[in-house]
Structure formats: C-alpha cells, structure tokens
Design a protein. Structure first.
Length: 327
C-alpha cells in the first residue's frame, strides 16, 4: 500500500517545517554515503506532497480520486498535465485514479493519445480540437488529459464491461467497432473507449469513419451536424445501413450537402432536434438523385438530404422527389 498524503491544515506552518527539513538535507549532503542522502530527503518529499494535496480544502474531497475529479471539474475542457494531478492528488499512482474515474465513474476524461489519434485522422477534428483546447493537438503529450463533458455518464461502467468482452474477440478492429456501436445504438460513446477497443491501434479513427462513408452506417460525430456531441465522441444513430447506392460518400461532400440543406429533410423539413420517441423519423440520410452505379456523380448537386421516412418512401416508389430537387 502506497503512502497516503496527510492534510496540512496550516500551509505556511507546513512550509516552515519544509524549509527545516531541506536545511537538514543540505547538512547531510556532505556525507559520502548515497543512501543516507536519499533517506534524509524523504521527509521533505513527503511533506511537499502533503502540502500539494492540501490545496484542496473541501472536506468531501479528502481522497486522491475525489481531488483529481474536483480539479478536472474546476478546469473542464482544459488540457491538464499529469504532473498537476500528481501535485493535487499527493500520490504516485494518480494515473490509476484517472482510469477509475473514467471506467468506474463514467467521467469523460480523454488522454493525450486519444486527442493525437483523433487529430491525425481528420483535419476538421484537429481544427476543432485546436479551437477547444487552445493548443495544436499534435503537441499534446501522452500524459496530458482533459475532461470533455461535465456531466457524469452513468452507463459508462457497464459499457466498459462490454468493451472488455468485445476487445478479446478474434475479429478485425472494424468489426469490433461495429459490434460495439450496434450494442449502443443512440448512445454516444467516447474516442477513449474506441481506442481501448482497438487495443490502441491507430486505425480506430479511420475505421469508425469508414463505417459511415464506406458501409453506410449512421456513425455520427459533431462534424456531421451532431453539435450536441462533445468532441471526439461518436454515436450510431440507428441500427440501419443506408441503401447500397447511397454509400461511399466522402465526408467532405456529406457535410457540404447537409450544410446546403440546413441539416433538414428536403421533403418535410425534419431536423434532428425535432426527434421524438413517437416519431418514426430518426436520422438524416443522403440520397443520390441519379444512382452512383448508373453513372450519377458523388458530388453535392447529385445528392439530397432526406429523413429516413422520406428516403424509405422514395425507394418504395411512394414519393416523387421532383419538387424537392436542388435548383
Ligand atoms: Zn422527411
Ligand atoms: Zn437513396
């Protein structure tokens, strides 16, 4: 069991004591024996940790994990260095506490690796990250963290159990991602979870995107108009693949079409913020006016935004789209 820091009620007194301990250490420096020097620094090292962890005075934050959480909550969506967590927690095993906060308690704390991998994959996400965190995401280090969502996610602990079982399967990263998304339809999940699922293989970002752009699964991020989603989170909006001929639309084109159509169905004007549990309209899809396989282009003028109901109506031959075509 590692040493737990002690609360220092009066920090100025603690600092006086710290100076005494350092003076004592300095006197011991002249000794030839290395071990004696090391041992004489320990009381000061302990007291320094005690002082750091006593900067949080709230009585409900006396444990290391509670102090780390309080620190993240005080500075949400801010890049926090591991060294800060070492000071505020007063323990050497702060990284394990961060993991517990994430996995057991459902706090969306992203690590530097996740930020790096998200931004390497997608320049739009990189730009959004830069704006959000105020730093170039390529310079973020492994031992830096940020709390990206201020509410606790109460289902997270259950999802981490799911993750552990899917992660062990002998299937491709893409299949693991799809299985995980389909087990959590409509539930936003974090990039941190997906990176873990992929055993930290960088391809998770590209594969998640391909599920949308190549395979037609509605895996959405804030870049696709889901501005309610925190950065680096993903949601499979519906357990349905879009029509074969409407797949393989590059993200840049998808966003261009959605923006042109103001993120609304061209037939009924439905937008995602109108979603309601009694309404069969659940998501927006893109439809090729002239089918891609028949030579229709994959560019914006040949694409339309439709809600799933009107998309189905068209393909069932119940709807004439002529009045809704772009001018
Ligand atoms: Zn519609
Ligand atoms: Zn279609």
């Amino acid at each position: 069991m590692s040493r737990q820091p002690k609360f220092v009620r009066n920090i100025p007194n603690g600092l006086d004591r710290l100076k005494e301990l350092l003076d004592e250490f300095e006197r011991n420096l002249s000794q030839p024996d290395l071990r004696k020097k090391v041992l004489s620094l320990i009381p000061a090292a302990h007291l320094l940790r005690d002082v750091g962890s006593s900067l949080v005075t709230r009585k409900d934050a006396r444990g290391a994990r509670a102090r780390i959480l309080l620190y993240f909550q005080k500075y949400p969506v801010t890049l926090i260095d591991g060294d800060e967590l070492m000071v505020i927690s007063g323990i050497g095993e702060w990284a394990r506490r961060v993991r517990e906060l994430r996995v057991q308690d459902g706090w969306w704390i992203y690590s530097g690796n996740t930020f790096q991998q998200i931004s390497e994959d997608d320049p739009r996400q990189a730009a959004a990250l830069k704006e959000l965190l105020g730093v170039d995401p390529r310079t973020i280090k492994t031992h830096q963290y940020a709390l990206v969502r201020t509410q606790q996610d109460r289902d997270a602990a259950f999802r981490w159990l799911q993750l552990n079982s899917i992660r062990k399967k002998k299937i491709s990263v893409k299949d693991k991602l799809l299985e995980y998304f389909r087990a959590n339809v409509g539930q936003p999940v974090t990039g941190e979870e997906l990176r873990y699922l992929a055993n930290n293989k960088r391809e998770w970002t590209r594969r998640s995107r391909e599920l949308r752009t190549e395979n037609g699964w509605p895996v959405m991020t804030m870049q696709q108009g889901r501005t309610d989603l925190p950065i680096g989170s993903y949601v499979l909006e519906e357990d349905r693949q879009t029509y074969e001929h409407d797949r393989k639309i590059p993200d840049a084109v998808r966003v261009e079409v959605l923006e042109r159509d103001q993120f609304a169905c061209r037939v009924c004007g439905w937008t995602r913020d109108k979603a309601h549990k009694d309404d069969p309209r659940r998501l927006l899809e893109l439809h090729h006016i002239e089918e891609h396989v028949k030579g229709g282009s994959n560019k914006a003028p040949n694409l339309l935004t439709l809600c799933n109901v009107h998309h189905d109506d068209f393909h069932a031959g119940r709807l004439d789209l002529t009045p809704n075509l772009p001018q």
